[in-house]
Structures are given as C-alpha cells and as structure tokens.
Unconditional design. Sequence first.
Length: 104
Amino acid sequence: MQAKLKMYILVKEDIPIGKAVVGIAHASLAAYLKFEHTEEVKQWLSGPFYKTVCKVNEKEFEKAKQEKDYVIITESSLDNAETVIAFMPREEYPKYFKFFRLFK
C-alpha cells in the first residue's frame, strides 16, 4: 500500500487575503523546488499529491517553525514579514497540526 504523503501549508491569519493567496502559491512552488530531489517528493508527485492549507496565529506559526524541512515565504509589501510556511510532503506530522483551522 502506498503511503499518503501530504504537504501542509500554513498561512498567518492576519495576512490580507490577496497576499495570502499569492504567498500560498509561492510556498507550494518553493517547497517543491527545495525538496524536489527527495524520495518523499518523488513519491508525492506520483499522485495524488495532497496539500492541506491552514490558517494559524502567530504562536502556532512560531511553533511550527520548530519542525524540520520547510520553507518560509515573506512579503516585501509587508516589511518582509513572514507570511506562509510550507513543509516538505510527508506521511506523518505532529498531532497538533490536525487542530489547525482550514484556510477558506
């Protein structure tokens, strides 16, 4: 049975929607480019390539930065503030990721 790999993308809840959507797109591409040579990404690309996009507060964002294998997107029009973090696709994430609110 093939593993279900997923990329989590976390966006700060106070980012304006237009900046958030662009940041999410950039984060997805940046994570792919950073990790494209890993076995996880090769397997993820063979499909289906799941992504979960969530809204997080500042404290949740900072906690997520303690994990490994991610990219952070900054926004120049917001004084280079960190806005989005995307993680290399993987099968398992820390349990607290399941409690993040979906981005809608």
